[in-house]
Write a protein that binds this ligand. Sequence first.
Ligand code: ATP
Length: 786
Amino acid sequence: MNRVSINYQSRPVILFLTTLAGSLGFTAIFCIRSLIHLYKDYVYNRKLNRPLLIRQSSSILKKSGARELYVPKPKDELTLKRIVIPKPNQDLYALDKYLYKNFDKRLHDTQSSLLFSSRFLSQIALIWRILIPKYYLKNTYLLLSQCFFLVLRTWLSLLVAKLDGQIVKNLIGGNGRKFARDLIYWLLIAFPASYTNAAIKYLTNRLALSFRANLTRYIHDMYLDNKMVYYKIAFNSPTLVNIDQYITNDVEKFCSSICSLFSSMGKPAIDLVFFLVYLRDALGTGAIIGIFANYFLTATVLKRYTPSFGKLSKKRTQLEGTYYNQHLNIITNSEEIGFYKGSVTERNKLLETFDKLMKHINKEIDITFTYNILEDYVLKYTWSAWGYIFAGLPVFLDDFLKYVSGEGTNSTTAITAAPTISTSTTGVTNNNDTATESRANERQNMRQFIINKRLLLSLADAGSRLMYSLKDISELTGYTDRVFELLTNLHKVHSPRFQYGANDKVIAEEGGSCINGTIQNDYRRGVRFENIPIIIPLAQGPEGTNLITNNLSFQVLNNWNLLILGHNGCGKTSIARIMAGLWPLYYGLLLKPNDDDIYYLPQKCYFTQGNLREQIIYPYSYNDMLEMGYNDDHLFHILREVKLEYLLTREGNFNVRKDWKDVFSGGEKQRILIARVLFKKPKLVVLDELTNAVSTDVEGYLFELLERKKIRYITLSHRPLLMKYHDLVLEIDEVGSWSLHDLTSEENLQTIDKEISEIESKLSQVDQWEKRKQVVELYLDGKKEE
Ligand SMILES: Nc1ncnc2c1ncn2[C@@H]1O[C@H](COP(=O)(O)OP(=O)(O)OP(=O)(O)O)[C@@H](O)[C@H]1O
């Protein structure tokens, strides 16, 4: 029996061997890289002589403005991995701001500098700068590799199509040896083909992840820097209510959508070009024109009837966000809702939102159903029919020409009966030359038919995939719109000239900016307000609600403690908001110490997600604490000073992680906040109703503690009883006027003592009245029963 001869220089063999060598090479590189990383981590962690000790940041890092994080490894908590976060490029944001500003205006401007007149493409072009900031970075390599594999895949499909034709020809011709050889080639070529397919998917996922990392880092850098965009954005963009969803969900969807679109469109586009070039030789230009005419016709029809999936998906994401946030709200406020017995109201609200979401998704499903019928009918079946027609054309035409010239037989029989005739006559010797020639022709025709059919079906498939991507493009438009909206708003708020939602009319009236106050930091003598209005930053700008008369002017010297006294809603916290830079200073002059020297303790106690230690040192990290030269003993000492040392016994150690806002009692929360002050040791601390949950004696003790530590304080409160711990009092009355009293003067002290005793006696009277009222009510109830 004849042996199967394999040509070792044939394409399938070479391709198989190259892929094998390539994958082995890549595996080796990855292994070496992982080993190097493992070794580096090992050396670094060996240097640590204590668990979780964090090395001081290197001076190079500090100079470049980069930060380093140490993350415990998932498998081994004590082994740390060092992650360096590069310094945010502020120049880039300043430059980009102008590109996002007035985008819509520039889009409609014919002289515009935008590259495309299409809104979607212009948006993509701007975002692309974030996805691929430099052309020699990782993302470019990923993209280029993806292109390479896409081309390779198409070329392999061509080879596979030819091999397919070859196998069928051998089968018909009864050539067992060649049939076996081609089958081996088929199995060999299957390896690079599957490898290529997997590589395309792998690269798509890697690229999407890398795009997401770039975009998220860009957003985080603007969202969470000292300009406090996370707070201010609420004043600018009421539409951006669920900004968390924009950052987490939409960015992710945008990145995977754009990457999968790249491969889902790139692949068929390359296929189309390759196959068309090949088919032009086999079928002729006429057929190619016919195929194209078909494409354009269907593309027009489909485009006309494609619903706006972009808008639909945008609305869905928005509704999902609202629904998700309502759940989050229930989790955060479960205790309060429990006390109010508010479950029914909350459930009704949830149901309402969920109902809206369901209605929308139902609408989407209905619209998609009708579209899918049209899409499938046109793309799957009509195009395949065209494929068959064009694949059959050369055969029919050939036979037809032969028939006309009087040489040929019935073409249909020749084609359709070919396999049966050929297989049944295998091995039969026929000496008739014409018959042999005719059979050879039949086999050749069959081979050509198989190749053409395969290519045309692939072509139809490529074309239909391109058309299917119309839907993907439409969806991508929705995600792009949302990501672009997020970026535009972030840039607007991040700008140093952010106008806090003031409308254009107000800005124009004020001559470009309605925020004209001056803030001078590093004032060493204390805090000074000069003619400052306290205004809620809304669309009306400085003409909006003025909480306190326009000219708040006072000075607190370094050795004084100030009490700002006033009824609820008079604007006490708003004064602190202006000092902290949360609200704008519309007019006037504010002189204050550096931000590092002031610490604000807001009314609502905030506890970060983390361990007990992180609650005390907030907003510093453990790394910062070690760099400052402190350790856990110091924290224990602080806890003792605020009379919370029992916490350590109760919780076990500083590394315990809990949901602290639920664990601490009201008074404990406020004392933890004082512990934060003792840790930070600022020159000045602003306390907003800080001690209203602790007993009077603890309150006195805490103020004395601050006094002892020489930390000056500005207290915001509505309780006149606190006057005894302060030197100055700024009193705000019902109509928004203010007055300043020096509590240190003898005269004032006497008045205050008098006022306090009056208040105390009034309080005791109130108690007595309450008691009397109860007695009378009981008496009256008794009478009624009688
Ligand atoms: N973002 C905002 N938008 C609109 N109005 C606001 C905003 N923030 C605060 N206000 C309003 O400004 C007023 C002053 O608020 P502020 O928090 O300064 O009062 P307060 O004197 O500290 O009151 P309390 O003693 O109750 O804490 C309130 O009427 C409040 O409703």
